[in-house]
Design a protein around this ligand. Structure first.
Ligand code: NAG
Ligand code: NAG
Ligand code: NAG
Length: 558
């Protein structure tokens, strides 16, 4: 009798345990992994896998190689180290060379999920810093996939890739071709394609998304011939391949500067010497000039970036859009994406009681149009002052400076990429947005002026559902906005149409085409009237058509 009771109790306990909907141990190509199962509600569970290796520990300045595999069940429950990089004060390094890992969030309802759409996140950080979890805000990691996965019912993957010197140094030839960080991202995408079915994902339904350098990375991953058939959809937030900072045209110069700093010769022994140098020393030697000014804008300091290496990028991005023709593409910018950069070049823009001289604005414009000399500056100046009255206010000048940086660093390039994608995409769709929720740091008694719009990076917190994860530091309207963005993003990941999917949206977002150039403005107040056309047309026309048609000053002087 007692024996039977014991068996009964054991059976009940067993049922309790298995009533947790979970994948349990998962088989991957390299070995078995087990994550952590968390309970989100009575009929809602999630498996979270942290730190699954998608490649072996990389050799310095080499493409990533397949992982050799493991025997036992790998407990994938701990965050791995970020890729070796400078710390925030740039006084030391942090992280490890052993950093090619990814994290996976898999939501389940009553039964274990199968065939879910997959969203793969590529972090930003100027190709210099960043990691797959993002910094911690009141106990929540910024890039935790939990809210997106739960609300949107999609699998979320976040990946690590090499940054800084170790990710992007290039000698401009075959000795150290560069783009190592992009190869890491590609290896992770290919790993997801090969393995995600075991995690309940649909390998034919993969969307990659990313912001800033991550947005440009997304763009590169769609343009390279090496991802053929792996990516179904892509979202670039504030960064595309056409951005003036995304590709380094003279990588040899930077490689030589680094070589000098680590005491390597700059002749044909340079590559070998660099390969034998301490990785932390190389990371510290990555050139960062934090001091900027209108005649040396911060954007020109981004020199460890992608290169046209004849392999990952066989050609100029504009000649690679046929590779993205089947991919659904969504891209957009924040209405004051340039504010962060403008504030470094001209700190006075944030000081309400201080004038920012018009001459400083002219110097900045001259930097951005320097190839075209005096004629370029004149055209630029008349374009950007055309809406001013006879006497511009302090605010007019400051806002115009932010507009100039937004246009030059992000907005114009994004419009060009959308246009190019729409022209080439035979099957893929194209969607354009402008995110305009005002920065929470703007207003009286706050660091930024009252006219602040959405600064660079402001969109990310809403896409990742931070207002839900850390409700204490947000208002209900932020949760509304976050819900809208998760709906558009995950609907798009499921169907290629941000309006169609499991979640309802506040406005129908029309496709972008060459003639209409429709886009959606996104903020907490939005409704159907936020559908707009031809984003900053006059300025896009200036940078893409008027300015390039002027002769280069170097040509003129010949
Ligand atoms: C498509 O892209 C290629 C380069 O990748 C370009 O040469 C071609 O003109 C584009 N087609 C259209 C219709 O724009
Ligand atoms: C992608 O996922 C959605 C939602 O699960 C599904 O409707 C669709 O058929 C899947 N496949 C493709 C190729 O879109
Ligand atoms: C572009 O979009 C507009 C508005 O949605 C539509 O009326 C027009 O027919 C589209 N043009 C092309 C060439 O698809």
């Amino acid at each position: 009798m007692m024996g039977k009771l014991r068996i009964l109790v054991a059976v009940v306990m067993f049922l309790e345990m298995v009533s947790t909907t979970s994948l349990g141990v998962v088989y991957t190509e390299s070995g078995r992994v087990q994550g952590k199962s968390i309970r989100l509600g009575s009929r809602r569970h999630m498996d979270v896998f942290k730190g699954i290796p998608f490649a072996d520990v990389p050799e310095m300045f080499e493409k990533p190689q397949p992982h050799p595999g493991w025997e036992d069940v790998l407990m994938a429950t701990e965050d791995k180290e970020m890729c070796l990089q400078l710390n925030l004060l740039m006084t030391d390094t942090r992280g490890s060379e052993d950093c090619l890992y990814l994290n996976i969030w898999v939501p389940h309802g009553r039964s274990v999920s199968t065939n879910l759409p997959v969203m793969v996140w590529i972090y930003g950080g100027a190709f210099l810093i960043g990691d797959s979890m993002g910094f911690n805000i009141l106990g929540n990691n910024l890039y935790s996939g939990q809210e997106i996965a739960d609300k949107g019912n999609v699998i979320v993957v976040t990946l690590g890739y090499r940054v800084g010197t170790l990710g992007f140094l290039s000698t401009g030839d075959s000795s150290l071709p560069g783009n190592y960080g992009l190869w890491d991202q590609q290896a992770a995408i290919a790993w997801v394609h090969r393995n995600i079915r075991s995690f309940g994902g649909d390998p034919d339904n993969i969307t990659i998304f990313g912001e800033s350098a991550g947005g440009a990375s997304v763009s590169f991953q769609t343009l390279t011939p090496h991802n053929k058939g792996l990516i179904k959809r892509a979202i670039s937030q504030s960064g595309v391949a056409f951005c003036p900072w995304a590709i380094e045209r003279n990588p040899r110069k930077t490689a030589e500067e680094i070589a000098v700093r680590v005491n390597c010769p700059i002749d044909d022994r340079m590559a070998n010497c660099l390969k034998m140098t301490d990785p932390a020393a190389l990371t510290m030697a990555g050139p960062i000039q934090v001091i900027s000014s209108p005649d040396a804008p911060i954007v020109y300091n981004l020199v460890l970036t992608a290169v046209i290496d004849g392999d990952f990028l066989p050609d100029e991005p504009s000649n690679l859009f046929h590779n993205a023709a089947d991919i659904d593409y969504m891209a957009g910018v924040n209405d004051m994406d340039g504010h962060l950069f403008a504030a470094m070049d001209l700190p006075s823009i944030n000081l309400n009681l201080v004038d920012t001289p018009i001459d400083d604005m002219k110097t900045l414009l001259a930097s951005f149009t320097k190839d075209k000399g005096e004629a370029g500056l004149e055209e630029a100046y008349s374009t950007y002052t055309s809406t001013w009255g006879t006497k511009p206010s302090r605010k007019d000048i400051k806002k115009t400076i932010v507009d100039i940086e937004t246009d030059y660093i992000f907005l114009v390039a994004t419009q060009a990429a959308l246009y190019r994608h729409a022209a080439n995409a035979t099957r893929g769709r194209t969607y354009s947005y402008l995110f305009s929720e005002p920065s929470r740091l703007g207003g009286m008694g706050r660091p930024f002026p009252s006219w602040m719009g959405a600064d660079h990076f402001d969109d990310v917190q809403y896409v990742f559902g931070l207002p839900f994860a850390t409700p204490l530091i947000y208002w209900p309207l932020h949760r509304k906005l976050s819900g809208y963005m998760i709906a558009y993003w995950t609907n798009f990941a499921k169907t290629g149409d941000p309006n169609k999917g499991d979640l309802s949206v506040p406005a129908t977002w029309p496709r972008f085409n060459k003639t209409g150039q429709q886009y959606l403005e996104i903020n907490a107040q939005m409704d159907q009237s936020y559908v707009r056309r031809k984003m900053r047309m006059r300025y896009v026309h200036f940078w893409t058509s008027i300015l390039p048609s002027l002769p280069d000053v170097s040509e003129e002087s010949i």
